[in-house]
Design a protein around this ligand. Structure first.
Ligand SMILES: Nc1ncnc2c1ncn2[C@@H]1O[C@H](COP(=O)(O)OP(=O)(O)OP(=O)(O)O)[C@@H](O)[C@H]1O
Ligand SMILES: O=P(O)(O)OC[C@H]1O[C@H](OP(=O)(O)OP(=O)(O)O)[C@H](O)[C@@H]1O
Ligand SMILES: [Mg+2]
Length: 282
């Protein structure tokens, strides 16, 4: 049985379970459940604190896990990213009160509060800056107001929390994070159980990002039309009973599908339909 770590709380928890459910796996009904066996699919899910997941996977106790790239890097565990999941996207950045500093290089001798001390210490070392790092569990933005730190380093999504705390961003993002699937560094990349799990999640990603587009078009315009809808490999072009016309079927990114439909219409395509993809294996 494949043993998989899933976040039990926080920003990653709900979208991770939703994605697993879409991929055909059983998910827990009660948020107090810690372990769930999906015998039909031969997997066992362990619902763990997001911050602990890289530790379990890095130790080899669990085969794979879903966590945030920032948490993986901060843990320093012997685990690596094998698939990006496209949710819980954020940047990790420094911020401070206006007037404190304008560049990381000015942080020397200051105190930096963060929930990610591993990431921050490594970043400061890379920039040759000697500063103290104070680890806090959350609500890090308040640390400056309460005099615990001069600078914070924290997750930024919309920037609203920083603005509300009267803080301004300093420098470029320390990293870009999103939810990722991880496994132990050096684990067998060909493991068929892991490969099947990844194909299922990739199927969900594709089903979320693409729609199927069908349309009819005159033969002489088909080349111009398929330039707009090249598909992932190659579009299907089938003859129609109506002479001089063909039917085209191709996957197109759902973002921008309406614009493609407008352009196809202008090219003379008709009966242009898009349908959602429920699941797929490429
Ligand atoms: N506002 C946010 N937008 C996107 N991703 C976020 C946000 N806040 C946290 N994350 C991501 O969630 C993961 C951290 O999960 P964790 O459960 O530790 O914190 P959380 O989601 O802030 O939950 P909580 O603070 O309620 O415990 C990280 O990968 C982080 O990048
Ligand atoms: O840029 P924003 O859209 O404002 O989002 C970023 C905030 O979201 C998270 O906080 P959370 O609500 O999880 O509280 P926490 O600080 O206690 O983790 C994160 O730690 C930031 O504080
Ligand atoms: Mg948080």
């Amino acid at each position: 049985m494949l043993r998989i770590a899933v976040p039990n709380k926080g920003s990653l928890s709900e979208p991770a379970s939703a994605m697993l459910h879409e991929a055909g796996y059983r998910q827990r009904k009660d948020s107090k459940e810690l372990v769930l066996v999906d015998s039909d699919n031969q997997v066992e899910f362990f619902f763990l604190r997001p911050r602990d997941i890289a530790v379990y996977v890095g130790s080899g106790r669990l085969d794979i896990g879903i966590t945030g790239r920032d948490l993986l890097l901060d843990s320093g565990s012997e685990a690596e990213e094998i698939l990006q999941l496209g949710f819980a996207g954020s940047t990790f950045r420094y911020a401070t009160r206006p007037g404190t500093a304008t560049d990381v290089k000015e942080f020397g001798g200051m105190t930096i509060a963060t929930s990610y001390p591993g990431v921050v210490a490594a970043h400061l070392a890379d920039h040759g800056v000697e500063a103290s790092v104070v680890r806090l569990d959350g609500a890090v933005e308040t640390a400056i107001q309460l005099g615990v730190a001069d600078v914070i380093a924290d997750v930024v999504e919309t920037g609203t929390t920083l603005r509300n705390a009267g803080l301004e961003i300093i420098g470029e993002p320390i990293l870009h994070s999103e939810a990722v699937v991880i496994r132990r560094t050096g684990a067998d990349p060909e493991d068929p159980k892991v490969q099947q799990f990844l194909r299922r999640l990739q199927g969900v990603l594709v089903a979320r990002r693409y729609v199927m587009m069908d349309y009819d078009i005159r033969v002489e315009n088909v080349e111009a039309a398929i330039a707009l809808t090249p598909g992932l490999e190659s579009p299907t072009v089938s003859p129609l009973h109506h002479e001089g016309w063909v039917a085209v079927r191709a996957m197109v990114p759902s973002k921008g599908a309406q614009q493609i439909m407008d352009e196809l219409y202008d090219l003379g395509a008709r009966a242009i339909l898009t349908t959602g993809i429920h699941a797929c294996r490429l």
